[in-house]
Design a protein around this ligand. Structure first.
Ligand code: SAM
Length: 271
């Protein structure tokens, strides 16, 4: 995809398409590339951070599928890329079901096209800040059985819900809809414990605030751990992304100093 969007309109940047650009994808527009490149001036590791997050998501989702979870609600799912959630879990269990949810209509349209013909995976346009509208969505209800365990995936999305009250409340409402044995996956950007230049971080915040509809809100380790309150954390707990059950096919970007991944991730099970 090059130039303007399919409908000929110039689109403002979105988090989904900036992420796609960093992952090496082609589903991005000039405004996304411009914002992504501007951010690289202050955060040159952007692509490595994105790929490290994506590798965590792949590992954690595979772990969940291998542990017997066979239904997934992936909110903030992004644009289809290599190793999509339904591909990973359906390799483990060909009957596993996935509902993708994203706020970005382009991410939804690309996912819909990608999923054509797959009866066990679908995508809906939805906003994590309004969890009831996701839970009550007819396609969500048709695809997922809320009387059985579900894997709730919140990969690299909660830092786009910068208001703490809204973010914790949304996760609480979603958790409340899940039966015991369900699992929560979170990965989240942080500047906590990470050596950084505050001015450069301010520039990155400013780019997301001015150029996208989803401003960035980093959280500390304890704020991120709070999303798992009351859950049984799967080993090794909430850790730097490269340290969560590393696999041989992982990118090796932050092997020497995992906290430079600037992302914490974990999986918790509802007791
Ligand atoms: C960095 S991408 C993460 C994609 C994928 N979950 C992963 O971890 O690889 C963040 C995604 O969250 C989406 N997003 C941001 N705010 C959202 C919201 N309030 N509700 C739903 N999706 C949102 C963006 O459109 C984007 O696709």
């Amino acid at each position: 995809m090059t130039g303007v969007s399919r409908d000929g309109e110039a689109k403002p940047a979105t988090a989904a398409r900036i992420y796609d650009y960093y992952l090496g994808g082609t589903h991005n527009f000039p405004a996304d590339r411009e914002a992504a490149e501007a951010m690289l001036q202050v955060l040159p590791l952007g692509p490595q951070l994105a790929k490290t997050n994506r590798a965590f998501l792949r590992r954690a989702v595979r772990y969940l599928a291998e542990s017997g979870v066979d239904q997934f609600l992936d909110i903030g799912s992004g644009i289809p890329t290599e190793g999509n959630v339904h591909e990973i879990v359906q390799q483990v269990d060909s009957e596993a079901r996935v509902v993708y949810v994203d706020i970005d209509p382009v991410a939804v349209a690309e996912s819909l096209e990608f999923l054509e013909g797959n009866q066990l995976a679908t995508v809906v346009n939805g906003d994590l800040r309004d969890p009831q509208s996701i839970l009550s969505h007819s396609q969500v209800a048709a695809m997922l059985d809320f009387n059985r365990p579900i894997g709730l995936l919140l990969g690299a999305v909660l830092h786009f819900v910068s208001d703490d009250e809204v973010a914790y409340d949304a996760v609480e409402q979603l958790r409340a809809a899940l039966v015991p044995g369900s699992c929560l996956l979170v990965s989240h950007a942080t500047a906590d414990e990470v050596p950084h230049d505050q001015d450069e971080l301010d520039v990155a915040h400013d780019i997301y605030r001015r150029k996208t509809a989803t401003p960035l809100g980093l959280r500390t380790r304890s704020q991120i751990e709070r999303f798992f309150t009351g859950l049984d954390l799967v080993e090794p707990g909430v850790v730097w992304l490269p340290l969560w059950r590393p696999a041989p096919d992982d990118p090796q970007y932050f092997a020497d100093d995992p906290k430079l991944s600037a992302g914490l991730g974990g999986v918790g099970r509802i007791p």
